[in-house]
Design a protein around this ligand. Structure first.
Ligand SMILES: [Fe+2]
Ligand SMILES: [Fe+2]
Length: 232
């Protein structure tokens, strides 16, 4: 049984929505849900204490947060619905959408304004992709106290073994690469989720012949932090 690569469990939370649910065994009770949302499917308005962060991997949908609609095209815009905010979703696109939700109980001390994301922003645009050493391209959806990195690994790309403060959660998007978390080494691609708890070493490398992309969530952010003196 894996510690760092949680097993998905299939559920049908709403008509037309089929979900693989990955529960991370962490104090915030974090769950990652990867959803296939049929054309016309509606997630009715609801509210919960957990924060909800989400985006779309394929297709697009409309996210409603606090009575306002936000179009969420695949891998262009993420959203943030803070705990206690009413929200709903619907797929008006005529095609199946594949979406991701991350739900997480509020953690005391976690929710400061640590980045330059505009306070209160719901829609989080993707920043421009930039190339970093080792054959990686990275861009970000930046929230107030979290960031989601969209990374692309060329064939031969390597993210060296490292560990750090804060947690990191990964969701495979396209292609496959190899991911190591602690002692566990697994193929990482679509429908695979990893969880690197604080200070657990992890690395990734692409030994395949095509590019692979993934989403990597950092709480707190690592790349888009404001200088310490500017943080609220
Ligand atoms: Fe929700
Ligand atoms: Fe990391």
């Amino acid at each position: 049984m894996s510690v760092y690569f949680p097993e998905g469990r299939n559920i049908q939370p709403f008509p037309g929505v089929s979900t693989s649910l990955y529960a991370l065994d962490d104090p915030a009770g974090t769950v990652v849900m990867i959803n296939e949302v049929a054309p016309g499917a509606v997630v009715p308005q609801h509210v919960h204490d957990e924060h909800q962060i989400g985006l779309c991997l394929r297709g697009g949908f409309i996210m409603e947060v606090d009575g306002r609609d936000y179009p969420i095209p695949a891998l262009e815009t993420a959203y943030f619905a803070p705990g206690g905010t009413p929200h709903a979703a619907r797929n008006e696109s005529g095609a199946t959408a594949v979406t991701v939700d991350i739900k997480r109980k509020p953690v005391p001390g976690e929710e400061g304004q640590l980045t330059r994301s505009p306070p209160g922003a719901v829609a989080l645009p993707l920043t421009e992709m930039r190339a970093v050493k080792g054959g990686l391209g990275i861009s970000f959806f930046v929230g107030p106290w979290f960031e989601i990195m969209l990374s692309s690994l060329q064939p031969g790309a390597r993210m060296p073994l490292h560990s750090h403060r804060g947690i990191q959660i990964g969701i495979g998007v396209s292609g496959t690469y190899t991911m190591q978390v602690g002692e566990e080494i697994r193929p990482f691609g679509p429908e695979v989720v990893y969880h690197a708890p604080e200070y657990v070493p992890h690395s990734g490398w692409n030994d395949e012949s095509r590019d692979a992309t993934s989403l990597n969530v950092f709480i707190p952010p690592r790349w888009n932090l404001r200088p310490k003196r500017e943080r609220a």
